[in-house]
Design a binder for this molecule. Sequence first.
Ligand code: AP5
Ligand code: MG
Length: 214
Amino acid sequence: MKIIMLGAPGAGKGTQAKMIADKYHVPHISTGDIFRANIKNGTELGMEAKKYMDQGLLVPDELTVKILLDRVGQDDCKEGYVLDGFPRTIPQAEVLDKALANLGESIDYAIDVDVPDENIVERMSGRRACVSCGATYHLKHVPPKKEGICDKCGNELLLRDDDKPDTVLNRLKVYHDQTQPLIQFYGNKGVLKTVDGTQAMEDVFRSIIAILEN
Ligand code: AP5
Ligand code: MG
């Protein structure tokens, strides 16, 4: 099962992708998480990606595509995967398509988690992420048991650098300009499914399962 999560920044792609990956035992692959891990480890790739991420801009396709193709070529991806945050541009989608076609494969579902811009800033400013394991919380919707501490690994929770309101507005603009056209791209391929992302998390997940198990 090969799934792509589409949706604006903060729509809940990561939240749902983790739940899908757990339920169906496939890897959750987030290019944003890969970049953040590289930033944390001070790698060259991380330093380069940070320049763009801090401004709410996309990391150039040349850097992003290679990382993603390497990752989906690994053994644990043989039975499928959930891609979260990739593709984000039409050229990225085309490269992925070609790489899959060479293997006689294709994407099964592109799930668009639909949330209007008005809801996004509130979601992002309340998000807290674990610096160590990447678990995500929300001060109002999914609070950790102990303030500022990850329930799963006990490490510190932080506001992501790119979740400050000005950067969020930039990310939304970039989303509308460069990523939203993918909705039509996957619609034309007949694999697009849309879920209402303004529902409670469990209800969004139920809608997704209904699509996958239909
Ligand atoms: P990335 O990490 O992918 O960020 P994003 O797409 O901006 O999306 P987010 O992770 O912010 O949101 P999400 O949809 O995962 O929402 P979440 O589940 O956390 O990318 C970051 C940056 O990396 C990019 O800006 C770019 O620079 C670079 N990058 C990454 N991939 C790239 C690529 N392919 N090409 C080029 N550059 C790339 O939920 C948000 C919050 O809401 C959480 O607090 C959560 O608890 C809460 N929440 C979730 N669902 C609900 C619900 N149903 N109700 C209430 N609250 C909810
Ligand atoms: Mg995410």
